[in-house]
Design a protein around this ligand. Sequence first.
Ligand SMILES: *Cc1c(COP(=O)(O)O)cnc(C)c1O
Length: 459
Amino acid sequence: MNSEFRHLPSVDRLLADRRLKRLSQTYSHTLLVDLVRRQLEDARQAISAGSPCPPLDDIVAAVSAQLNFLESPSLHPAVNATGVILHTNLGRALLSQEAISAMDAVAAGYCNLEYDLDSGRRGSRQVHVEPLLCQLSGAEAALVVNNNAAGVLLALTALAKRKEVIVSRGQAVEIGGSFRIPDVMRQSGAKLVEVGTTNCTYIADYEQALSPRTVALMRVHASNFRQIGFIHQASLEELIDLAKCRSVPVFDDLGSGCFLDTAAFGLDPEPMVPQSVSAGAALTLFSGDKLVGGPQAGIIVGRQEYIAKLRRHPLARAVRIDKIRLAGMAVTLIHYLKGEALTKIPVWRMISTPITEIDRRAHLWAQALGSRAKVTDGETMVGGGSLPGGTLPTKLVAVGGKSRSPGRAQSLAQKLRFQKVPVIGRINEDILLLDPRTVLPDEDKVVLGALRDLAAGLK
Ligand SMILES: *Cc1c(COP(=O)(O)O)cnc(C)c1O
């Protein structure tokens, strides 16, 4: 046998080490023993592969490093200076202070989640949001679930299983993160009947595809791409007219969906929830954490007879929303009712921030970087599966460029990502760009600290 194995310390010897003894005051014995065993196993494998036995100090250090890794949460705040407001990888919509407080309160204590205080009996968690959604959308009924993907899956499973749903070929899309309309249809057991062509679908295409097996027409908003040139999609109104004649419902997956008009800010018009409802969609489905600006959720509004079927379906339980997000969603919706969404909901505050204010902050940021940075004109994207073509004018802090060392922007970006609170920018043609529009004013001091650090390192 390889003599190196004999140098390996025993588990007990390691646990008796002064440093691990100190750790045993904080961590459970079982955890320490487990980590020590794992390190010894790694050492054995290294020895088998021809390495010498690691010194005891190294093994102790590895155990301590592993503990350090396990106890520091890997999910933590970051500053989004990318210029994409609804950045799915950075967590989409930020919440209003009021929504956060409401979520805090129900997280810390019991609440009347499914408890009717009048009767003292069991109630429904949906009562906390349904009246608000009906008021805001004009719909008869509403249901909030885990996310919009779950909402679409639930609707198709409960209402279209083993039946046909007609979708335009140009709308059988992939939203990202493996959510593809054809796959969701298959999963639900509904049969997708694609009509039209990639660029053009006319109402006559739907008409020809209608059969006794058709249970619904579905419209899917092209939320993350834009077609230009020779294109046509039948309008929601045409779909609803046709569906009415044949007594089938129209399901309208808006993706983002919103209650405020994006066109008022110079953005492309994004479909609005009340319009979909008043046009006559039987179900309108959208996300809670895109332009609505609330916590992750799937919102379904529409006709009572359909919503009731969704509510009763066993899948509804599997995709139900938790109490914490429900509390945040209710307060977010109340902001719209009170007409204070623009000032309270961060997504809309970002959209409506005047360019002069962005310019002021961009100059402040650039100053922290000294002569290396300049302020340039740029564009903020709404992102997150909404407004693929629409952007807002903004001011960007640009660092690097015309450098003789390619990849410099990458290394600057990495330095900002490695800050205690990571600051995430975007890179364009080897220039690092930072957009104050997607950063809360309260976060400026974090950004300024990071930028000063970066500047100091470059001296
Ligand atoms: C974003 C989006 C979805 C998925 O919504 P999630 O809330 O992310 O699950 C579904 N359909 C469309 C059209 C979308 O844009």
